[in-house]
Design a protein around this ligand. Sequence first.
Ligand code: G
Ligand code: G
Ligand code: MN
Ligand code: NA
Length: 254
Amino acid sequence: FRLEQRLRRAVERNEFVLHFQPQVDVAQRRVCGVEALVRWQDPEAGLVPPAEFIPVAEETGLILELGEWVLRGACRQIRAWHDAGWPQVPVAVNLSPRQFQQSDLVERVRAILAETGVPPAMLELEITESSLMHSVEEALAQVQALADMGVRLAIDDFGTGYSSLAYLKRFPVSRLKIDRSFVRDLCDDRDDAAIVASIIGLARSLALEVVAEGVETAPQLAALRDEGCRHCQGYLFSKPRPAEEVAAIFAAGA
Ligand code: G
Ligand code: G
Ligand code: MN
Ligand code: NA
């Protein structure tokens, strides 16, 4: 079908770009990380958001090639920011379930880190609960190998999937990302407020870091701070931006 053909050609022609969204340490008022988000620069349609092509890339398997490109691009950017003298913050990359299930993922990640000269701790991989729960023992081995290498792992969209708390304890993950659907109505919906507070409490109990996604307003930020959530990401601070513009945000100190 047409989108699949166009996507295949886009991979061949390298029509993708990475944007980066800062994560802010709200106590220290500084950028503490960035998330890499891929965009497709289609010569005809312009900038295509990932929601429109990631699902097709997943279905067709093109996500493996695209995902490798994203990983390499993110690591090159880490290197470039390092060489330009910017403060070093981890860069998060989204891994689709299919990428996560590749048996040689760990070796691929290791090779890209070596090739770009990036310390493993500067890379954070975001996986979803479904990636972890699909086949738990394999996932555990994969996560363990990445953690042993020193790569950070975050659970994306946390709270929307079906992860078991018992398993969560077994996985050596670095942090939980509170899904933005809970943050949206945090100030008006008691249930969302309770869920957000529970995730923050869970993270604290398990000694995991926590980051809130989709923070758009000052009252949301205040509520998150009150609950003890120190790291926030969202339009209140910055939309995902091209790398050059993120450097300006580093320069401004968030
Ligand atoms: O950037 P945006 O908010 O439009 O992203 C929409 C969705 O696409 C999010 O769920 C995000 O995780 C996903 N996404 C963005 N970039 C990547 C990527 O490089 N790889 C994968 N697998 N998903 C991505
Ligand atoms: O699934 P994932 O968490 O990777 O999704 C990231 C997506 O969230 C990106 O598409 C990004 O553009 C979007 N996003 C980031 N900050 C905000 C925000 O404050 N509000 C909304 N609505 N979307 C956001
Ligand atoms: Mn993400
Ligand atoms: Na998310």
